[in-house]
Design a protein around this ligand. Structure first.
Ligand code: ASN
Length: 638
């Protein structure tokens, strides 16, 4: 079956869609029969726009290249991707066999229609024209489908996802981008799982956002960066939790799904300003380089600064170039070079930027900041003030805080702590006392050590280790928020005869447990240094269970964090399964390597069927793991 249109669909949309251009007539995405079939289908319907990427590539001429007119037919031959019996029952409705039918557990199916673009592109070749093209295609058939999947190369997927997230206004249906690191035609491909997951999300879940589904995780599209060009976990979303996780069950975090569909009718904004650029500071940068970057036609720049938004304060030459550009109305957004964390103007070196009207990029990714600039400039270009307001707002969940929202006024600490109170006035005393836990919690959350010290100075006998209304103690709050300085102070102040380090919170977890969840090695070291012990609240088999979960979900950094906190890497879970057995079964090469290199591992330990890790790896054909296990066995026998 070929779904190739006869016209080059990746030609610039401006040409393709132009009504004035009589030579290029408007190309409709679906033919009349397909539209008829769609109107009769009563099962979930998903449109798959196949733009290219490794998922559909093959090795031709010694390198991976996209293969035209191949993927849909190949999927048709895979039982897990297409239910042939079900398709037979659809013959009357779908005589052209235009649709594929993804089998579901309940004998139902999701119908999906694949539109293959011509030419298929490695995503490194994609431009704004392609974003506009995709967006307009979705607009054209928006009402006919329940959701949309975009098959895309991974290299620039985060840019496309960010761009589309802004271009789609009042989106009420899921748009899921996915792809793979290994082509779908290869045995070890991650593409089949990625595509199946995306189809399930687009067909069955109302998550009205542009998302990326990859390796069992659903991410907000404008929060993601490609961080690994070899591993199958190619993406990270450092500043925003995943929206859904595929475990034995599919867990959607509905409370954080961003839904603006009720704001108005769906619309596509296609005017993206291309005069945006990216300037990354480095210690040897000259003012001339900076000047060149800020020169016309550039209208907006993402300035990647150090740490929490810092610029050298001893470089008036650079500051001068930025000031001149800002005066010419070049819109400058300050984003951090760090992958994790947010810009906040805490240091003197950053205040110069703030003064000249540089917008804070908060915790946006570079991809999101660039695409947001293109969108905001394209939409509000005549109004600089409004553009700045929009840049400070979270338009599609791309930043954690809306920077121009009214912020709860800071409590006047000095007033609370120093206002003399009539010591006989029980009520006033109690009022002040009851405010303190809130203040302490706020300090712990923001790692505001200065305020915490002030509270202590004003109230020398204060006991910081109280149970807060949230059910945690301040040390737990610090561990959850990676507030290292405050944690250190609290630990230092806690009396030797009353150590707080192993205190559980109301649900039974210690600060060390939360530090592990945060994968924060410094916090783990600090707590362990003060005597934190995993076994103070966790049974060995519980620790085994957490370790097994890490390897199952390929959470390599989490596994490292458990190890850092002194977990025994060979600890079995309740069912007698060791992390190594699970890492092998799940083909988590990275985890297997880590376990063997760092743990005292008994590789003869077998699972409930009597299979050792080596037998499992050989049976499944996990050759790299077999090699690792053999090397380990040889080493042991020396
Ligand atoms: N170069 C490929 C692309 O972005 C990489 C991939 O899809 N894994 O199209």
């Amino acid at each position: 079956m070929s779904t190739n249109p006869s016209v080059d669909l990746l030609s610039p949309v401006s040409m393709r869609r132009s009504s004035s251009d009589v030579l290029l007539k408007h190309v409709t995405l679906l033919n009349a029969q397909t539209q008829k079939t769609l109107s009769k289908l009563t099962i979930p319907k998903v449109l798959v726009l196949y733009t290219g990427g490794t998922i559909g590539m093959k090795v031709l001429r010694n390198a991976y290249e996209p293969v035209t007119d191949y993927l849909p037919d190949a999927l048709r031959d895979m039982n897990i991707m297409h239910n042939v019996q079900f398709a037979e029952t659809m013959n009357v409705i779908d005589p052209d066999k235009s649709f594929l039918y993804l089998p579901l557990a309940n004998e139902e199916c999701i119908a999906y229609y694949i539109k293959e673009y011509v030419p298929l592109l490695d995503s490194t070749n994609m431009t704004y024209d392609n974003y506009i093209h995709i967006a307009l295609d979705i607009k054209e058939v928006y009402n006919l489908f329940d959701g949309f999947v975009i098959l895309h190369g991974t290299d620039t997927m985060s840019y496309t996802a960010a761009a589309l997230s802004f271009m789609f206004e009042n989106l009420s249906k899921p748009v899921v981008l996915t792809g793979s690191q290994i082509p779908i035609f290869e045995t070890r491909s991650d593409g089949r799982d990625n595509l199946i997951g995306s189809l399930l999300l687009a067909g069955q879940y109302r998550i009205p956002e542009v998302t990326i589904y990859f390796r069992n995780r659903l991410y907000r599209g404008n929060r993601v960066t490609k961080t690994d060009c070899e591993g199958l976990n190619a993406f990270e979303s450092y500043n925003c939790p995943t929206l859904a996780e595929f475990r034995t069950k599919i867990q959607v975090k509905w409370d954080i799904v961003f839904d603006r569909s009720s704001d108005g009718p769906f619309n596509v904004h296609t005017n993206l300003n291309r005069n945006v650029s990216l300037l990354r500071l480095f210690p040897g940068i000259t003012y001339l380089t900076m000047r060149q970057f800020l020169e016309p036609p550039i209208q907006a720049v993402v300035l990647q600064t150090y740490g929490a938004g810092n610029l050298p304060s001893n470089r008036p030459d650079l500051i001068e170039e930025l000031r001149k550009a800002a005066e010419r109305d070049v819109l400058i957004v300050n984003c951090t070079q760090c992958a994790k964390g947010s810009v906040y103007y805490a240091y003197e070196s950053a205040t110069a930027l703030q003064k000249m009207g540089v917008c804070s990029g908060s915790d946006m990714t570079i991809e999101a900041a660039l695409m947001k600039l293109s969108y905001v400039l394209g939409k509000y270009s005549s109004d600089m003030k409004l553009m700045k307001v929009k840049m400070a707002e979270s338009l599609r969940g791309e930043m954690s805080a809306s920077l121009n929202k009214v912020v709860c006024p800071t409590i006047n600490l000095t007033w609370i702590l120093n206002t003399p109170i009539d010591q006989s006035d029980e009520e006033s005393l109690q009022f002040r006392q009851s405010l303190l836990p809130w203040l302490v919690a706020t300090c712990a959350q923001a790692d505001d050590i200065a305020t915490l010290q002030k509270i202590r100075q004003a109230q020398a006998n204060i006991n910081f280790n109280v149970l807060l209304p949230s059910g945690s103690m301040p040390l737990h709050v610090c561990a959850k928020h990676s507030a290292l300085n405050c944690a250190e102070l609290l630990l230092r102040l806690s009396a030797d005869d009353q150590p707080i380090v192993n205190e559980p919170d109301q649900v039974g977890f210690t600060a060390l447990f939360y530090a592990i969840l945060q994968e924060n090695e410094d916090m783990i070291d600090l707590l362990v240094g003060y005597g934190a012990k995993l076994t103070s609240t966790l049974k060995p088999s519980e620790i085994g269970m957490y370790l097994c979960n890490c390897v199952k979900n390929n959470q390599f950094n989490r596994l490292k964090a458990w190890h850092r906190a002194s977990a025994d890497l060979d600890q079995a879970d309740y069912d007698g399964r060791t992390p190594l057995l699970l890492a092998v079964s799940y083909n988590s090469l990275e985890c297997v390597r880590y376990l063997l290199e760092n743990g005292k591992i008994d590789i003869s330990w077998s699972d409930s069927r009597g299979m050792t890790p080596m037998q499992i790896a050989k049976q499944r054909g996990f050759d790299s793991i077999v090699q690792l296990l053999s090397a380990y066995a040889n080493e042991q026998s020396k």
